[in-house]
Structures are given as structure tokens and as C-alpha cells.
Design a protein around this ligand. Sequence first.
Ligand SMILES: CC(C)(COP(=O)(O)OP(=O)(O)OC[C@H]1O[C@@H](n2cnc3c(N)ncnc32)[C@H](O)[C@@H]1OP(=O)(O)O)[C@@H](O)C(=O)NCCC(=O)NCCS
Length: 155
Amino acid sequence: MSALPETREAGFVPMTPERLDAVMAVESVAYPHPWTRGNFEDSLRAGYHGQLLLAGEALVGYYVAMKGVDEVHLLNITVAPDLQGQGWGRALLDALAVWSRLQGAQWLWLEVRVSNEPAQRLYERYGFRRVGLRKGYYPAGAGRREDAIVMSFQL
Ligand SMILES: CC(C)(COP(=O)(O)OP(=O)(O)OC[C@H]1O[C@@H](n2cnc3c(N)ncnc32)[C@H](O)[C@@H]1OP(=O)(O)O)[C@@H](O)C(=O)NCCC(=O)NCCS
């Protein structure tokens, strides 16, 4: 485990263009197929809800979500690789669930790669249920595609 800075200044702050350098530093090492900076910029321009969890200057993790009619669609959730497996992913989902409830949403939705077992485990332990499969939803390199499992959680 890598130590977090000793600080009382910990909590959530909005994802803004100025904070995307820190986001990209984590994103680019957390995924085989990371989002581009443009993906984050487009999400912010579209008014999606993005939050960073900071401990002092250290970025613990972040998420991006899109509000629908009675559901919130989780588009990206990431914990810094050296801080994974310590409950931070669950903490990010808790924050997203609070925000979603305040929006009046009744459901959280997400897609996850069939190969991403740690993420599926996080969601299942949290209470998400598998509700479908999207064939060839994700790029998988060398022109291949990977299926997505669709999961939902009743708030
Ligand atoms: C998926 C991710 C967000 C989980 O965050 P995390 O902080 O590591 O997860 P937590 O520590 O909160 O773990 C929550 C649960 O998932 C399980 N889990 C987390 N990482 C795991 C791993 N590598 N292997 C197996 N189980 C794992 C834990 O056992 C835990 O279950 P428990 O509460 O019963 O012990 C994080 O691994 C990550 O950022 N991965 C790379 C990006 C990614 O794949 N994002 C999801 C895209 S859909």
C-alpha cells in the first residue's frame, strides 16, 4: 500500500478542466484502454457529473456519471492503482449513490468489460445485479471488440 499524505483536507471536489492533468495521470495507468483527455472534456462540456476524491494533494479516485430520467448512468469510476483494494471504490459508489438519490434517481446503471473481474466484484458486492450483455461494446485492440455486462442497482 502506498501511504496517503497525512492531512485533514480530504473529500470530494468537482471534476473541472483544471483538474484533468491529475485525472489523466491516474487514468492512463489504470486501464489497458483508458479514456482520452477529450473523453473527459466532452463529458464536462455535456454537463455530466464528475467528482474527484482528494486526500491533500493526492488523487485517490474519481467518477463520471450522466443523469437520465429516473436513472444515473455511471460512465467512469477509477481508483489510483496503488490505492486499490482498500475500500475506496466502494466509497466512490457511496458518494455517487447519495448524489443520485438527491437527483431523484431510482436506479444506477453501468457497463463493465466481461474481462474486468475486480470491477464486477466491486459492483456485485455493492448490490448491483446483472441485467444484460452488450455484444462488442468496447474496443479491445487490434480491431477486436469486447462484450459489456450491463448492471443496475436500485437506489
Ligand atoms: C474497480 C475499482 C474502481 C475498484 O476500486 P477499489 O478501491 O479497488 O475497490 P474496493 O477496495 O472498494 O473493493 C470493493 C470490493 O471489490 C473487491 N475488489 C476490489 N479490487 C479487487 C481485485 N483486484 N480483485 C478482487 N476483488 C477486488 C473487494 O474484495 C471488495 O469486496 P469486499 O468489500 O467484499 O472486500 C478499481 O479496481 C479500479 O479503479 N480499477 C481500474 C479501473 C476500472 O476497471 N474501473 C471500472 C470500470 S467499469
